[in-house]
Write a protein that binds this ligand. Structure first.
Ligand SMILES: NC(=O)c1ccc[n+]([C@@H]2O[C@H](COP(=O)([O-])OP(=O)(O)OC[C@H]3O[C@@H](n4cnc5c(N)ncnc54)[C@H](OP(=O)(O)O)[C@@H]3O)[C@@H](O)[C@H]2O)c1
Length: 222
């Protein structure tokens, strides 16, 4: 497969790149600082300068990839001033999170539609979070929860539009993962999360397009 992964500099995104490169796939590792992938890198790994909050950069990245793509993973995400307690909300961080977490995937979808359309089995995947689910009451993290809830809605809309191009869509909860964002006390390693999610992606097709699933493949309530 030919695969583009955003937010590939560290955490889950970096583990995803390593996983797919090891399996022999051709991978574009989209990140703000592609130099983190400097030598030795495999010939089928392409570090790509990509800030998903920068529309022009997204469009340039799309123009720079000549071939089609089989899989895009919108992994880049920010916490958006995570604590965000009522009474001390950080609106600036919230707005920034909206640009990255919500607008990022839909901008990628528009810019790379032609690439995915060239695939026999194009797949468009976005990493969301259980923290966004309407069925999970919680407190705080206004910015993170709401921007991920918004991207869930975006994924429902994209699912319908992408049916015209036979591109299957999937929204994922990666688990609570030990990364800079998840913290060292989280439940699972990046390798566990990525191995599970790759299996879920392998099972994605037009027959089950449009679902929200956990890293273990269970259907997650929106
Ligand atoms: N860890 C968890 O427990 C957990 C749970 C649920 C969902 N998630 C989601 O999983 C995804 C990956 O999270 P993580 O835990 O690996 O987080 P992380 O360790 O904080 O890494 C976040 C990644 O996103 C990148 N990024 C942020 N803003 C970007 C931008 N504007 N353009 C391009 N890349 C950008 C970062 O790049 P830089 O190095 O340039 O900052 C970094 O590579 C996120 O969408 C997150 O919301 C994580």
């Amino acid at each position: 497969m030919r695969i583009l992964i955003t937010g590939a500099s560290r955490g889950i995104g970096r583990a995803w790149v390593k996983h797919y490169v090891k399996a022999g796939h051709e991978v574009w590792a989209g990140c703000r600082n592609p130099e983190v992938w400097q030598a030795p890198v495999a010939a089928h790994l392409h570090p790509l300068k990509l800030d998903v909050s920068d529309l022009e950069m997204i469009q340039q990245a799309a123009s720079g990839i000549q071939s089609g793509l089989d899989l895009i993973i919108n992994n880049a995400g920010v916490a958006g001033g995570r604590e965000q307690p009522f009474g001390r909300l950080d609106y600036h961080a919230w707005q920034e999170a909206f640009v990255v977490n919500t607008l990022g995937p839909v901008r990628i979808a528009e810019a790379f539609l032609d690439h995915l359309s060239k695939s026999q089995q194009g797949k468009f995947v976005t990493v969301s979070s259980q923290m966004a689910s309407m069925t999970k009451p919680g407190r705080g993290a206004y910015g993170y929860r709401s921007t991920k809830a918004a991207v869930n809605k975006v994924m429902q809309l994209l699912t319908e539009d992408m049916k015209n191009f036979s591109i299957a869509c999937l929204t994922l909860h990666p688990g609570w993962v030990r990364t800079d964002m998840g913290g060292s006390g989280a439940d699972i390693s990046v390798e566990q999360s990525v191995t599970g999610m790759c299996q879920v992606i392998a099972n994605l097709d037009m027959g089950n397009t449009g679902s929200f699933r956990t890293w273990q493949g269970d259907v997650h309530p929106w």
